[in-house]
Write a new protein. Structure first.
Length: 181
């Protein structure tokens, strides 16, 4: 089990909800925003937990979470991947190849990132679909649910800690477990 604050893990999980479709990939700024909402009344605590989280990501100390793109200038644009399975070096190399397109978008200009949102979504969808396939899942949504479950278990979160995620994910994407919709 990692030594990262459970609130940071919850922020990663909740960041996955800020999307228009199920995905295993999110920008680090979305994770930071989710964490900031939890710690809105205590900036010092937010900074402490956020720094601890980023160090764990950068040093690959979290199971089921990968920092797949690191921007040397501005970590808000870093990309985070949650995975239902442990990825091997070959799989990470394939993902890295796909992330190169995102890198070229950012190098063109942070200010023009909005112009390239379609390319970004293609990169996100491609990576999510690959990981879902590697995990033997029928859909990205199934892979997301399994990734969140694995991440929560690995970090000592219990059902009540992730109930919000499951409820919103179920309603938003109509992919409830147990045959519900």
């Amino acid at each position: 089990m990692s030594s990262v604050d459970k609130r940071a893990i919850t922020a990663i999980i909740n960041a996955i909800l800020y999307t228009k479709e199920p995905t295993l990939v999110t920008q680090y700024k979305v994770v930071k925003s989710a964490l900031a909402l939890m710690l809105v009344d205590d900036y010092d605590e937010y900074r402490k937990v956020e720094e601890e989280l980023y160090n764990a990501l950068a040093n690959r100390m979290l199971k089921h979470v990968y920092l797949i793109y690191k921007d040397d200038n501005y970590n808000d644009f870093d990309l985070i991947l949650i995975s239902p399975i442990k990825l091997d070096n070959e799989q990470l190399a394939v993902i890295s190849e796909k992330v190169n397109l995102y890198d070229s978008i950012l190098r063109a200009s942070y200010l023009r990132l909005a112009e390239h949102v379609g390319l970004y979504l293609t990169v996100e969808r491609t990576i999510s679909a690959l990981v879902a396939k590697w995990a033997g899942k029928d859909s990205v949504a199934d892979a997301v649910l399994d990734a969140v479950t694995a991440l929560a278990r690995e970090n000592g979160l219990d059902a009540k800690d992730v109930k919000y995620f499951y409820d919103i994910f179920c309603l938003k994407f109509r992919v409830c477990r147990g045959g519900e919709t």
